[in-house]
Design a protein around this ligand. Structure first.
Ligand SMILES: Nc1ncnc2c1ncn2[C@@H]1O[C@H](COP(=O)(O)OP(=O)(O)OP(=O)(O)O)[C@@H](O)[C@H]1O
Ligand SMILES: Nc1ncnc2c1ncn2[C@@H]1O[C@H](COP(=O)(O)OP(=O)(O)OP(=O)(O)O)[C@@H](O)[C@H]1O
Ligand SMILES: [Mg+2]
Ligand SMILES: [Mg+2]
Lengths: 265, 265
């Protein structure tokens, strides 16, 4: 069965997009069929995956608000064979407010996705193995749609002090969704990002998170590494931009640990 | 007259809060009367300024949605005499959706602020010199309220590739507000944050921003410096936590350059 994972954290700049595109690329390189859905109006994931998201491109907004099929929106990612992406354009910026008054507003992504899974199997002869949904830094109706569509939540946590502050709110929101909208949903994974082993702050925050969340925290941290942040300027993930670099190797390792967890989930 | 500045950028984690609290602290230390308004439900600015923002504390939500006066919400910041803060609590998370159906929904902050200025002058015998409004990483009704209440927008730009992507959207939104809601509003200042002089990426992004935006970019960059990110874990700004550190000195310098610009505005 296809594993649908929402990557969420309302704290900004913690590595949601970077984690979505690099986990996806690492798993696709291993031969798995992967889809990334970009629900952030800034379209950073679409940029890193080199998928057109200029104004007017059919995108996640067309699916959520105009009832277009995902099959008309999803693109193959150049250079990475098994990787697909549903892009986000600037139109999505209006979606939060436009969704407020639509019928079944929390279920629109889930319904559209269920329809696409069938289409993908018929077209490519294989099921999608993983779907990663990249969220904007807020807990509005776009993130809500992603939480309803997924079975798992993956939370990237930057090893910085402010990163700890919003976690309670995020967990509460996930629990609300599980109780009222999507009983399958659970926080399955936490990944520590931009870890700088030279600073006490990074060590302290990492320790705090492991103490508090236990086994769901992936053992390998993602180091702060400039090649990771350079890659999107070349419309690439760090996996293809500099596969031997510390950042790429850490994402490959975390992708393996993440995939193995599924075996026992 | 009081200078009201909104610190906005829908890209997450670019240093909005860090810039708001450190500029405010630096200017307050020079004897100016400063107010920070925290409109981010995570309340990071309230944390850095050591102002209580537990559930139930009167906050910006009470002002925007329950018509409470700012005079019952604003607190003096401990340790920094001339600095005040209107805190944000978790209640603010519901404000974006609740504001959608309220009358004069874009003007609620502006109206409440106008009333408070009078109160502050009567109580403390001095006008507020600067008001900084810290925004969440989105362009919803909270940021919209902040843009309507202000005369200036200060945009922190992290020297990273993704930071360039959302700028067009931000500028468009500011122009819309200027045309339709607040004719005085203009982007007065850009500050480059988390600058790492050792990386090409930082240099390139800084160069690109200066080329594109010219004089409104403050000459001094804020360096990436761990003491800056440690300070909030001690409920402090870096200005009081480690005044001699490179991060604190950079914010003091930028605060001076920022204040001097006003003389000619
Ligand atoms: N391991 C890393 N090392 C160095 N830089 C990183 C790393 N991970 C992410 N970055 C950089 O940090 C910034 C924030 O990361 P990213 O944009 O992925 O976070 P986000 O949570 O998706 O942000 P937003 O909240 O705006 O959606 C980006 O400029 C990115 O390139
Ligand atoms: N100059 C700096 N050097 C080192 N770390 C910094 C610096 N400025 C900010 N930080 C750290 O980077 C992170 C992001 O900064 P901050 O929270 O101020 O950004 P923001 O734009 O307010 O984020 P959000 O979009 O979530 O509101 C924080 O953990 C902060 O402590
Ligand atoms: Mg992102
Ligand atoms: Mg902030």
């Amino acid at each position: 069965a296809t594993r649908v994972i929402t990557i969420a954290n309302q704290k900004g700049g913690v590595g949601k997009t970077t984690t979505a595109v690099n986990l996806a690329a690492a798993l696709a390189k291993h031969g798995l069929q992967i889809l990334v859905i970009d629900t952030d109006p800034q379209g950073n994931a679409s940029t890193a995956l080199n998928v057109d998201h200029r104004v007017g491109t059919p995108d996640v907004y067309s699916v959520l608000i105009e009832d277009q099929d995902f099959s008309e929106v999803i693109r193959q990612v150049p250079e990475i064979e098994n990787l697909f992406c549903a892009p986000a354009t600037i139109d999505l910026a209006g979606a939060e407010i436009e969704l407020v008054s639509l019928v079944a507003r929390e279920y629109r992504l889930q319904k559209a996705l269920a329809k696409y899974l069938e289409f993908h199997k018929n077209k490519y002869g294989k099921n999608l193995d993983y779907i990663f949904i990249d969220c904007p830094p807020s807990l509005g109706l776009l993130t809500l749609n992603a939480l309803v569509a997924a079975q798992e939540v993956l939370i990237p946590i930057q090893t910085e002090y402010y990163a700890l502050e919003g976690l309670g709110q995020l967990m509460n929101n996930v629990n609300l969704v599980t109780k009222q909208l999507n009983p399958e949903l659970k926080v399955s994974t936490i990944i520590l990002t931009m870890f700088d082993s030279r600073t006490n702050l990074s060590q302290q925050v990492a320790q705090e998170v492991r103490k508090h969340f236990g086994d769901i925290v992936i053992p390998t941290e993602i180091p702060r590494a400039v090649r990771v942040s350079e890659a999107p300027s070349f419309q690439q993930t760090v996996i293809t931009y500099d596969p031997g670099s510390p950042g790429a190797q850490a994402y490959v390792k975390v992708a393996k640990e993440f995939a193995l967890r599924h075996a026992s989930v």
